[in-house]
Design a protein around this ligand. Structure first.
Ligand code: ADP
Ligand code: MG
Length: 237
């Protein structure tokens, strides 16, 4: 495996800066991605990008906030997981940097699915990743939390930790993802989301995905999205 040397990283950074987010990208190997992500995608048999992926990933790699809408089954998971891995990799994130990315999911089942995809495509990265969905004792989870770089969580459980786990530090957080954001809001998690966001640094990248198009100003305001790129993929008629 190639080492993540300075030269490699700065050339990757230059390629990201030069990337035209409007140019359509067909295959993952056409994107300026790190070696571990490229290998993880290939080993998981992902080759060509879906519509939402090719339209949103370049913006997300460039650090933009994203508001993405595409129907179920369109490939939203990789749309946020690839930028999460890449953006932390380019920042040379290590175990000492703490939590870098927080991914919120409305249900435990969906959180588990996201975590499994993360494990597959992230297998060649050195990041630590955890699933925080309850079911284990708070104490057990507390001990692992402080060491995690990427967490996939349900809103209620992570809020419990933010309120109660003193060692759980989020001041360094770079990215917040809300998957199935419409369901998170519909399921009555608005107040949890507000409270979670209160704990997080304002200067971060935020990505919202849902199956329906939501531009509800109240939702955008509560998440303090900054000049988000709207990416909506409509069904071909
Ligand atoms: P969504 O979250 O939009 O409902 P998922 O991310 O769960 O969609 O993806 C739906 C299915 O499509 C999954 O089985 C996933 O493995 C597959 N998939 C996603 N992206 C690709 C891709 N680029 N190439 C092939 N299959 C893909
Ligand atoms: Mg999904």
């Amino acid at each position: 495996k190639r080492k993540r040397g300075q030269d490699n990283l700065s050339s990757l950074q230059e390629q990201i800066e030069a990337l035209d987010p409007k140019a359509s990208v067909a295959s993952f190997t056409d994107l300026p991605l790190s070696e571990p992500t490229t290998s993880g995608l290939a080993a998981s048999h992902y080759k060509t990008l879906t519509d939402i992926q090719s339209r949103a990933i370049p913006h997300a790699l460039k650090g933009r906030d994203i508001l993405g809408a595409a129907k179920t089954g369109s490939g939203k998971t990789l749309t946020f997981l690839v930028p999460v891995l890449e953006n932390l990799y380019r920042k040379q994130w290590t175990e000492h940097d703490g939590l870098g990315a927080l991914i919120l999911s409305p249900t435990r089942e969906l959180a588990i699915q996201i975590f499994e995809v993360l494990r597959k495509i992230g297998r060649y990265h050195a990041f630590s990743a955890g699933l925080v969905i309850g079911g284990k004792s708070l104490r057990e989870e507390q001990e692992r939390l402080g060491r995690m770089n990427i967490l996939v969580c349900t809103p209620g459980r992570i809020l419990q930790h933010l309120d109660q786990t003193a060692s759980f530090d989020v001041f360094n957080l770079q990215m917040l993802v809300l998957d199935e954001a419409d369901r998170i809001m519909d399921m009555g998690f608005q107040r949890s989301v507000d409270a979670i966001v209160e704990h997080l640094p304002k200067d971060r990248q935020t990505m919202l995905f849902s199956a329906t198009q939501t531009k509800k100003v109240s939702d955008l305001a509560r998440l303090s999205l900054q000049d988000p790129e709207y990416v909506a993929v409509h069904e071909a008629s």
